[in-house]
Design a protein around this ligand. Structure first.
Ligand code: SF4
Ligand code: SF4
Length: 339
């Protein structure tokens, strides 16, 4: 959440933004305008990638200020279809498609798919030994909300976070979030909003680290180099890179240094695919070419939307793409390395 008291108006956030070409003076002026509740040029150029949170040295959360102002002013390059907003609200209020709950063993946690369909994840995910015996839940009432900034709907977080957390609490079990953004809602946004989370929860990466540690004897180290396509919301959880590095170590994978990784990672470009396709394709191809140039033998995705969006550029340029759970399943012998 934007914290004006932490901002010293250094301008790092927008001076480093890859989607504008602001010098320091312009960047400082833009953040000052937004902080004063005024319109600014950044609002129509920001693609909602959340990266400026990483660029900000003080933790002021400048992206949140941009998203709030984009929604307030209606200025943004992202899609703003009112019908979609109404449908999202109906789903969150229990007036949309029914939720699905598949019960598992009583002593095992619930795997939350947020509002995604099971089919948005790779085939065989539910049946994998990774999640054996776990209950599974999905549906519009379990939506992670934080990704709605891509639709100009940042206020949905404040409006519905307590309801979503409450729906998960009704399950009476520990929760493992298979999608990064569900974890962000519980671990970051709920805290910011003062919403108590009355269950224990884990990020998928924490769960995988624990699983791989306990099952090391079954792992055949892969000996591959892989690059990573991060999800925008990882910018709210600084520990995710260290978690991913641990997973890679367990499965015997190297993350080769490259230009567009870690703090310099590029967005999959989904938010602007319909509004500025040329820029979206340019960024995607830059990203994949950078991975190939650094010797990557595959690109890992951690979000089903990034996974779907990166299918075209990775396949066009000949870089295999793997969801993070499939990387672990290959190391455990459940799947083969893609050819
Ligand atoms: S969210 Fe991304 S595109 Fe928007 S201002 Fe921040 S860095 Fe730039
Ligand atoms: S939000 Fe952070 S990076 Fe941007 S001007 Fe303020 S302190 Fe600097």
């Amino acid at each position: 959440m934007w914290d004006a008291s932490k901002c010293d108006f250094c301008g790092d956030c927008f001076a480093q933004c890859r989607y504008v070409d602001f010098d320091r003076e312009k960047a400082v002026d833009e953040i000052k305008r937004l902080a004063a509740g005024k319109e600014a040029e950044i609002l129509k150029q920001c693609i909602t990638c959340v990266a400026c949170n990483d660029y900000c040295p003080t933790g002021a959360d400048p992206s949140n200020l941009v998203f709030k102002m984009q929604e307030k002013t209606g200025i943004a390059p992202v899609d703003r279809n009112p019908v979609v907003r109404d449908e999202l609200a109906a789903g969150l209020e229990g007036r949309g498609d029914p939720s699905q709950i598949i019960p598992g063993e009583p002593d095992k946690p619930v795997l939350s798919f947020d509002s995604f369909d099971f089919t948005n994840f790779p085939e065989g995910t539910l049946e994998s030994r990774l999640f054996q015996g776990m209950s599974v839940v999905r549906g519009p009432e379990y939506m992670s909300l934080v990704g709605l900034v891509h639709l100009g709907a940042e206020s949905f977080v404040e409006k519905y976070a307590a309801r979503v957390i409450g729906k998960l609490a009704e399950l009476g079990k520990d929760i493992v979030y298979i999608h990064n953004e569900g974890y962000v809602l519980a671990h970051v946004k709920a805290r910011e909003l003062g919403i108590a989370v009355p269950f224990r929860y884990m990020h998928l990466f924490e769960y995988l680290i624990d699983y791989l540690r306990k099952n090391q004897k079954d792992i055949a180290k892969l000996g591959k180099k892989v690059s990573v396509q991060v999800n925008c919301a990882t910018r709210w959880i600084p520990q995710q890179d260290a978690w991913l590095d641990q997973i890679f170590e367990f499965v015997g994978v190297e993350r080769p240094p490259r230009q567009y990784d870690r703090v310099n990672a590029l967005c999959c470009s989904l938010p602007i695919l319909n509004t500025n396709r040329t820029l979206a394709v340019e960024m995607q191809e830059k990203n994949v070419r950078d991975a190939l140039d650094c010797g990557a033998q595959a690109m890992i995705t951690i979000c089903p939307l990034c996974d779907a969006i990166m299918r075209r550029p990775t396949s066009r340029l000949g870089l295999p793409k793997l969801f993070i759970t499939d990387l672990c399943r290959i190391a455990l012998g459940e799947l083969s390395w893609p050819h």
